[in-house]
Write a protein that binds this ligand. Structure first.
Ligand code: ATP
Ligand code: 5RP
Length: 314
């Protein structure tokens, strides 16, 4: 099926049966699972199907050691099967999905996945092909600076995936050409590009969450934030007109890590109110970084995504 056909079929299929499809794309350890888990928790597990497209790896960890490419390469993944499965889910049908176990590095027994009301697809290559992109209602690309991502990857892979620090750093060097060729180009195709990073030149106290910069492309209708953000006073949360990589103007929302609660509350309220009176209260669990650690920039980013998931006018 072509990308146009899948778009037509989705528009045609019964809205009650067709899930809202979200892509969370980005390089390894860019924060996709962290973003996805917060969304799924806020919506409630019974309403959400989450899917990690690492499960479409074609080779297990030991087989990959002898190959001339890494897990980031499309040839190292069943991209066509991923596309077929995304089309099925996007039109409300179940799939028998392969499973890749990150703890052991092995491919295990496939599992039945049924699409609920919302399907969140995270991974390395969900926006790689035109057909896969046609399956999503909304897409986000996580784009932390490389030094932050390296730190996150070393910490996560040594703690949870059995790697030594040296092995993770070597692998990152080996992956760099494939990151540049296949992962980073997906940034162009996302509706929202998010960068969690410290603000240059500021020396915030240890424990201050990273700030977030959200590029809000006009490919989807974002909530109207101008009423709270087009303020002449400098604020820790503000909207700026910036340039996209192709030179086009685009709104960018800046949320500083030190943003005081009085300000974050106003912005969250503004986003949530755009959903209308039926939305109820905004969820309070957003922004979790595991354990007790929280990030308000992450919470606002997740709330904005929730707005797009729940937007009744889509
Ligand atoms: N917004 C954030 N602020 C601070 N730390 C973060 C943030 N997002 C993610 N992290 C840290 O980065 C690590 C990697 O994040 P996560 O597992 O969500 O990445 P991922 O993109 O799903 O990785 P992979 O694709 O390799 O499975 C986490 O263990 C977490 O500690
Ligand atoms: O880039 C990654 C996304 O999580 C992983 O490194 C990739 O999936 C391969 O898995 P592993 O490192 O467990 O062999």
């Amino acid at each position: 099926m072509s990308h146009k056909q899948i778009r037509m079929e989705r528009l045609d299929s019964d809205r009650a049966r067709r899930p809202v499809m979200v892509a969370v794309a980005g390089d390894s350890a860019a924060g996709k699972t962290t973003m996805t888990e917060g969304l799924a928790q806020a919506l409630g597990p019974e309403r959400v199907t989450t899917l990690c497209v690492d499960d479409y790896h074609r080779y297990d960890r030991s087989e990959r050691k002898n190959l001339p490419f890494t897990a980031l390469h499309p040839d190292c993944n069943y991209v066509e099967i991923m596309e077929q499965h995304l089309q099925l889910l996007a039109t409300g049908r179940p799939i028998l999905k392969p499973v890749y176990d990150h703890h052991t590095g092995q491919l295990t027994r496939p599992e039945l996945v049924e699409p609920h009301e919302f399907v969140i697809v995270e991974g390395l290559l969900p926006l790689h092909t035109r057909l896969s992109r046609a399956c999503f209602d909304i897409s986000i690309y996580l784009d932390p600076p490389e030094e932050i991502r390296r730190e996150w990857k070393v910490k996560r892979d040594t703690a949870n995936r059995g790697y030594s620090t040296e092995a993770v750093l070597d692998e990152l060097v080996r992956r760099e050409p494939e990151s540049a060729a296949f992962i980073r180009p997906q940034r162009t195709h996302a509706d929202i590009v998010v960068r969690f990073a410290p603000i240059a030149g500021r020396h915030d106290p240890p424990g201050t969450p990273l700030s977030a910069e959200l590029m809000l492309r006009p490919t989807v209708r974002h909530p109207d934030l101008t009423c709270v953000l087009a303020d002449s006073e400098p604020r820790a949360i503000h909207l700026k007109l910036t340039r996209d990589s192709d030179g086009r103007p685009v709104d960018t929302l800046h949320i500083h890590g030190y943003a005081p609660q009085e300000e974050t509350v106003v912005v969250k309220k503004a986003i949530w109110e755009c959903l209308g009176v039926d939305a109820g209260e905004a969820p309070v669990t957003l922004g979790s970084l595991g354990g007790d650690a929280r990030s308000e920039p992450l919470a606002i980013t997740q709330l904005l995504l929730l707005y797009h998931l729940l937007d009744p006018t889509r």
